[in-house]
Design a protein around this ligand. Structure first.
Ligand SMILES: Cc1cc2nc3c(=O)[nH]c(=O)nc-3n(C[C@H](O)[C@H](O)[C@H](O)COP(=O)(O)O)c2cc1C
Length: 358
């Protein structure tokens, strides 16, 4: 009942805030832009932290414990890599995520693309997001400055560190920098390689080039034995998907994460140039689910744990992906649109376990 009430409340408040900000933008002839609403929401979360027990504190599924290469997940729901605001990440862990992945960190500080670069979209009645943020962020030096002492470790849940790069050397530099501050202090973490990043020296992403990915993994594995998740874009062809699967199979302590945003042009999404500065962006949300399921099925024959990310927002998604071979479920858009889906699914998982054991 509490979940239902707060879910309605959250969605109503989000809709009011977003519409007030859109109205303000219209009155002052500013482009429509979702980012101010997101920033406002993140700040507001901070003010509610004293009432966390009432609003955000929910149990994990009681009987649930999943061991993946020594990392223990007490819920299979994982916060996908998309957010850097610590308060939001902390809140979602309190709500019952079994782990989360930090927003992709790049070697250097980046502004990202010009705004507007984030919008709400509705495709065939499904609400989602489109972003062309361009991986803005603080860069590796600042990141490693606070990472070992981040309050997020206190949850005792595995944290993923998503690494991006313009060149293979960037990935290696960032991972080695993180290891230099983290390996002696923390153990409950893994790396995720965001292989859909802008450019490598041959003009392809590492996600387009399984041989490059193999070089990268071999280099990391020379002296680092942390778990590595490889995040594969839904835009990847099935041929390359299978080749990446084979590459991952040839290394130890791997996870495959099937899913990122799906590229769509501005026209396909009905956005104008004024409201979206780049000619296309990454779609996320329910429209991705069919491809996520397809990718899980394609990779399920490999002996590698699969995290399924893309369009997950309810128990039937989780069940379908689990039946297809996934064991972890990444969520991004659903955390923005209604984070109460986390305690809802956790409770239903608990009931499923209860049903099975009785
Ligand atoms: C605003 C936004 C920013 C994102 N940033 C990243 C990122 O930095 N690194 C990454 O690997 N994926 C990023 N993603 C992709 C998500 O992690 C996720 O794979 C994708 O949104 C599909 O999942 P969903 O349908 O649950 O949103 C981002 C997604 C959104 C919506």
């Amino acid at each position: 009942m509490r979940v239902k009430i707060f879910s309605i409340l959250y969605r109503s408040i989000r809709s009011i805030i977003t519409n007030v900000i859109y109205l303000y933008q219209r009155i002052f002839f500013l482009p429509k832009d979702l980012e101010p609403a997101v920033k406002f929401g993140d700040k507001a979360l901070g003010h509610f932290s004293l009432l966390r027990g009432l609003f955000y504190e929910f149990p994990l599924p009681v009987a649930y414990s999943l061991d993946i290469h020594g990392l223990i997940f007490r819920s299979p729901l994982i916060g996908a890599s998309f957010k850097s605001d610590k308060m939001a990440l902390d809140t979602w862990l309190h709500m019952g995520l079994g782990g989360l992945i930090f927003k992709t960190i790049m070697r250097d500080v980046r502004e990202g693309n010009p705004r507007p670069r984030l919008q709400d979209v509705a495709l065939d009645g499904d609400r989602g997001l489109v972003n062309a943020l361009g991986l803005p962020g603080e860069g590796i030096e600042d990141f490693i400055g606070y990472l070992p002492r981040s309050g997020l470790w206190s949850h005792g849940r595995p944290l993923g560190i998503s690494i991006g790069g313009d060149h293979i050397e960037d990935y290696i530099y960032s991972i080695r920098s993180i290891e230099s501050v983290l390996s002696d202090e923390r153990s409950n973490y893994f790396y995720e390689l965001n292989i859909s990043c802008p450019n490598t020296e041959n003009g392809l992403t590492i996600g387009d080039d399984p041989e490059k990915l193999n070089d990268l993994l071999s280099n990391i594995r020379e002296d680092i034995s942390k778990v590595i998740s490889v995040k594969i874009s839904p835009d990847t062809s099935n041929k390359i998907l299978n080749e990446i699967g084979e590459v991952c199979s040839s290394h130890q302590w791997m996870i495959i994460n099937t899913g990122n945003t799906q590229f769509r042009t501005r026209e396909e999404l009905g956005l104008s140039k004024i409201n979206f500065s780049i000619n296309g962006g990454g779609l996320s949300g329910p429209a991705l689910f069919t491809r996520t399921l397809e990718m899980v099925k394609a990779l399920s024959g490999l002996d590698i744990p699969i995290m399924a990310t893309g369009g997950v927002s309810n128990l039937s998604h989780v069940n379908a992906l689990q039946n297809a071979g996934a064991s972890l479920f990444g969520m991004a858009t659903s955390l923005v649109l209604d984070p109460y889906c986390v305690p809802r699914i956790n409770r239903q998982l608990k009931e499923n376990v209860y049903d099975r054991t009785n």
